[in-house]
Design a protein around this ligand. Structure first.
Ligand SMILES: NC(=O)c1ccc[n+]([C@@H]2O[C@H](COP(=O)([O-])OP(=O)(O)OC[C@H]3O[C@@H](n4cnc5c(N)ncnc54)[C@H](OP(=O)(O)O)[C@@H]3O)[C@@H](O)[C@H]2O)c1
Length: 261
């Protein structure tokens, strides 16, 4: 039943997306563009969306964007001025954010949200699309998910929740897509897109998703009025075995010995 409703939602989103994708002239500004989610989002954007600006760090590896027609803006979400300058230069209609912590660096989640809000308002941005994490919310960490190892991820979820609060408090048009288990398997890399991932609005949902499907679903929300003001969860019923392995590795003391291959 949930899948059926999800398919309906996805079908509706796809239909509306094809009707409402005329974005131009400032196009889309992508923070985290060199990452897995950001690059898959860019790949799935419709050709007529307008210019795409990839916000990258001086040290970012741009390989995933080599064949893409993007403009680059250089900065760091921890440096508010660099984000502000880049957004006001690009004057985008949509700001997309999918950042991820790097070992040894300060968490980028809350900083990314805080640095985006004021310039987005100033530039007249009509949609912020935020890739979040199940277990986060604008009201704080949600501790009811049996598949989250809170001992490991508490501080990341706190930072993500702060980010969601900043975005919600801004009152700007917002789409949040939370993920549960992104399927990347040891020795196999990122799972290829199945084409079966879908969005649900059930805040208690928690499921697996492949990067390619997440990018496709997020791109389907770009410029889509039906996604504004919504908090989605991205999930895929066809990744059952992969999800079992993902869960095992998150909780096992010795994943290589204890989890199925
Ligand atoms: N539940 C799960 O299974 C799971 C797994 C993975 C990710 N996620 C979530 O999915 C979302 C996207 O993750 P991802 O896997 O696509 O990430 P990713 O591939 O690691 O890419 C992260 C991106 O963020 C950028 N970034 C990091 N710190 C930055 C900073 N200070 N300033 C500017 N850019 C910065 C990176 O740039 P550089 O290349 O310069 O570092 C990179 O482009 C995140 O919200 C993450 O929490 C969930």
């Amino acid at each position: 039943m949930r899948r059926f409703i999800g398919s309906l939602i996805l079908g509706a989103l796809t239909l509306c997306a094809s009707l409402t994708h005329a974005i131009e002239p400032g196009g889309v500004f992508v923070i985290g563009a060199t990452g897995q989610t950001g690059s898959n989002f860019i790949e799935n954007l419709p050709a007529d969306i307008g210019p795409v600006t990839a916000f990258v760090r001086p040290t970012s590896n741009r390989a995933r964007l080599e064949s893409r027609n993007v403009n680059f803006a250089v900065g760091d979400v921890q440096d508010f001025d660099s984000v502000r300058r880049a957004i006001l230069d690009a004057r985008p209609k949509i700001v997309f954010v999918a950042v991820q912590s790097r070992r040894g660096e300060k968490s980028p989640y809350a900083a990314a949200a805080q640095s985006v809000v004021e310039p987005a308002r100033e530039a007249g941005v009509s949609q912020i699309i935020w890739i979040g994490q199940a277990g986060s919310s604008k009201d704080g960490v949600v501790r009811t998910f049996k598949d989250i190892n809170y001992a490991l991820f508490e501080s990341a979820l706190e930072e993500m929740s702060k980010a969601e609060k900043s975005l919600a408090d801004s009152g700007l048009p917002l789409t949040i897509i939370r993920v549960g288990a992104i399927i990347v398997e040891r020795g196999r890399g990122a799972h290829p897109p199945t084409g079966k991932g879908y969005l649900v609005e059930d805040q208690n949902a928690f499921g697996p998703i492949a990067y390619g499907d997440l990018g496709r679903l997020a791109a389907g929300c770009a410029g889509n009025d039906d996604c504004i003001g919504k908090v989605f969860h991205a999930t895929d019923d066809t990744l059952g075995a992969e999800y079992v392995r993902w869960r095992c590795r998150r909780f096992a003391e010795n994943p290589d010995a204890d989890c199925p291959g």
